[in-house]
Design a protein around this ligand. Sequence first.
Ligand code: AHR
Length: 518
Amino acid sequence: MTKQPWIRRARRALLSAGTTAVLAAGLLTATAGNSQAATQQPCDIYAAGGTPCVAAHSTTRALYAGYGGPLYQVRRASDSATRDIGVLSTGGYADAAAQDAFCANTSCVITVIYDESGKGNSLTQAPAGGAAGGPDNLANAFEAPVTVGGHKAYGVYVAPGTGYRNDHTNGIATGDQSEGMYAIFNGKHFNGGCCFDYGNAETNDHDTGNGHMEAVYFGNNNVWGSGSGNGPWVMADLENGLFSGVNTRFNAGDPTVTNRFLSAMVKGAPNQWAIRGGDAQSGSLSTFYSGVRPNASGYNPMHKEGSIILGIGGDNSKGAQGTFYEGVMTSGYPSDATENAVQANITAAGYSSASTSTGSLTPGSRISLQATTAPCCTADYLRHDDADNKVVISNINSASSATDKADATWIARAGLANSSCLSFESVDNPGQFLHHYNYELYLSADTGSGSFAQDATFCPTTGNSGVGRSFQSVNFPTKYLRHYNFTAYIGSNGGSNAWDSTSSWAQDTSWLTASPWS
Ligand code: AHR
């Protein structure tokens, strides 16, 4: 079979990378802040260090300077058609516009995250495993918008129940063989469920015993191990334990991490392993642990099996949440210097939060916000209540009273707390704004306080279901304007309040910006 051009280019890049390893960090740093792809990407750097990638997954950019193939595949709801999403140029950033065009006026899920290494280790929907439930859900393709090097892209948003896996891999470490891995996560999106992992797991989807996994974990689960502070922590999932260091439970050296974009690394060799991490936007890596295997039985030697998981535990435990942008697994134990050069490449790539456009929500416009959840609510609009100052949804139509129409009409204002976001002022109660209090929505007069401004400011994003817009609370970024039982709240996709229910969350938090009723 004829080799694809990107494979030939990647081979050439790998060979030349071998002679320029020591320059890698400097070359890459020189690209910081511009939108050009680096001359070496993470897998070129690992190859130059003698520890080549054997799996490379990203929905945001090429991980080899010579890669020009597909990054991931989406499937749209309207006709179940699929489309590969590639790069804008060889070695460059994801073509997010292709996703936007293909998924316009419908919703899309991510069906495949392709392996760029040429080993065929792509990730698809995780099957059922030893833990209850499965096969797992696929990620909504629009729920993790991001900007990389000035380019719009989308990450993989793992809500509880979502997971990807490959049980038939090629070249991934088994037994006590050495390997390394890194992932870039959204450091603000996590929970205590088991287990938001990326890395090496069992090939039969069941818990087959201590030492049968070696994956990087991120979250604040403290059932097994924990580090300093309240979490979240980067830990290693080695099966039947999330490890923060040599002790099976607490290790003070593993810090709580707070970066919006987080570089998280784990590597393992015979009786040696390490956890490292850092800010994926700037600066260097810190070593949170490096030393011998944990002092519990079954972890030395290791019994790695070589499947790959994303967003779940080895036995398909799927209570965790998080967001993944890119990650790789290597053959061999990468040196700290190699990983430091990879970190320099990551920070030069230019990850930042997605910029949003207000579109028809231009400040000053009158609008009505129409619910999108079918079949209950598509004729309902966000409105304030006449009986009290609560905010609800209800049916509004051309025969509705003038009062009802006015109650369902809002003036978009530049956000009281952030002018690039929005606040919503009532048309029939001037000076009164939509705001949350105890996570429930109310209409109240602007008090002028900073806290009211925050509670009344929402940042528009692409609709969480892929339809319309969603409105993210500026001071509770995991929570979005949501209707639940016909009352309005700010809710997260899973959480402690009834209105954080994951059921219909994406639809309940997606709104159409309709012509104003009044
Ligand atoms: O090691 C923690 C978790 O324990 C694994 O991910 C899972 O397989 C088991 O339930």
